[in-house]
Design a protein around this ligand. Structure first.
Ligand code: FSX
Ligand code: SF4
Ligand code: F3S
Length: 387
């Protein structure tokens, strides 16, 4: 192990030993992770395989595998408060609704969710009281996860919650005040999302504009279960916020472009494109750039990890990436089924389409520069050179 990894390992080990001394807050029939996995027919061996994959996902050396497993087992020690703002609940659904629960979703279920409007049994006054209790009882000790864009300013009242009519912005500010760490889950909470798309009638804002405290963005519409659970596990392991990129996204998840690891990349390089959905190129699994794939401009790990336990992801399913983890993607990446370069060329060169030149790398670089990806790359390079 490198000296730096050794230090991180020892710190994580010490932290987990301390956490283990805390009482678990879990009050579930399943009791502990072992019982929960047994009840779902998952062997210790499968769990350790999952821990190995999660360790690699978090860009940690393999020596951390037992620590990642331990962090998952201790996930019940840190309370989580999860708030919903203006959104579709897809972020929660991405974890909770799989027909065969993955280990990620089981671990999420095991996390001590002190307050989550979708899954808690309470409603009305009781629900409001539960939130107040959670942020008072665990003051300074809970992780806050917020899903959804937040109507703000004079439009704050477009989103009110509960019988007291508290605004979403008010609840988010209150809960952020005493949180130990804050994660914006999904593109809406990270960047405003669909609510904030032009003309943004409710003046919806990302969480980072509502609170002055540091916010880690975990975007995607929705983000994958791996990126949500990984964020919690990373925090349990290190107790600090992860390395981030220019948009406050953890680099372990958002450090590479979709295009870099795409399974159709060979076809892109060979100039083999789907020209229209359902054509022969589509049947042959050719590159989707000309039917609008935004993988070259999008930073996320979908092409490496997929969704639903690696089952599939947008490009494998036959549609291009729509850039759902990038800021303002509803405005900047649409129309979704046309190459972005067409739009850029349309403004710059009076309607000259880019389809004919899509297979030259230059056009891709031109578009990437135009939307600021180069800035991201430069920042990543600076961060890397510090390692
Ligand atoms: Fe939906 Fe979450 Fe998209 Fe937004 O996901 S999947 S609209 S990111 O906040 O519920
Ligand atoms: Fe994959 Fe899209 Fe890149 Fe083609 S343009 S290789 S489909 S990410
Ligand atoms: Fe979103 Fe593109 Fe991944 S659309 S889910 S970032 S492949």
């Amino acid at each position: 192990m490198f000296k730096k990894d050794n230090l991180a390992y020892n710190e994580a080990l010490k932290r987990l030993e301390e956490l283990e001394k805390l009482p678990t807050r879990i009050d579930k029939n399943s009791g502990n992770v072992k019982d929960m996995l047994d009840n779902n027919g998952i062997s210790r061996r499968d769990f350790m395989k999952w821990a190995a994959a999660m360790t690699a996902t978090l860009a940690l050396p393999s020596s951390f595998i037992p620590l990642t497993a331990k962090a998952a087992e201790l996930a019940g020690r840190i309370p989580v408060v999860w708030l919903h703002m203006a959104e579709c609940t897809g972020c929660s659904e991405s974890l909770l609704r799989s027909s065969t629960p993955s280990i990620d979703s089981l671990i999420f279920d095991y996390i001590s969710l002190e307050y989550h409007e979708t899954v808690m049994a309470a409603s009305g006054w009781q629900a409001e009281e539960n939130m107040q209790n959670a942020i008072r009882d665990y003051k300074g000790k809970y992780i806050l996860m917020v899903e959804g864009g937040i109507p703000s300013g004079g439009s704050e009242f477009y989103l009110t919650i509960g019988a007291h009519g508290a605004t979403g912005a008010h609840n988010a500010r209150e809960a952020a005040k005493d949180a130990l760490a804050i994660f914006a889950i999904g593109t809406c909470s990270s960047f405003g999302g669909v609510q904030a798309a032009n003309p943004n009638p409710t003046n919806a804002m990302p969480l980072s504009k509502i609170t002055n405290k540091p916010v880690i963005n975990v975007p995607g519409c929705p983000p994958s279960e791996k990126n949500i659970v990984g964020s919690v596990l990373h925090f349990i392991l290190f107790g600090t916020l992860p390395a981030i990129d220019a948009y406050n996204r953890p680099t372990w998840a958002y450090g590479h472009r979709i295009h870099d690891l795409c399974e159709r990349r060979g076809h892109f390089d060979a100039g083999e494109f789907v020209q229209s959905f359902g054509d022969e190129g589509a049947q042959n699994g050719y590159c989707l750039y000309k039917v609008g794939c935004k993988g070259p401009y999008t930073f996320n790990n979908c092409s490496r990890l997929g969704f639903n336990d690696h089952t599939s992801w947008p490009v494998r399913a036959g549609h291009g990436c729509i850039g759902c983890s990038e800021p303002n993607f509803w405005d900047t990446m649409s129309p979704f089924e046309e190459p972005l370069a067409n739009k850029l060329y349309a403004t710059k060169f009076d309607g000259l389409g880019a389809d004919k030149t899509a297979d030259t790398i230059g056009i891709v670089l031109l578009s990437a520069t135009a939307i600021g990806i180069a800035a991201h790359a430069a920042i990543s390079a600076v961060t890397k050179s510090k390692d």
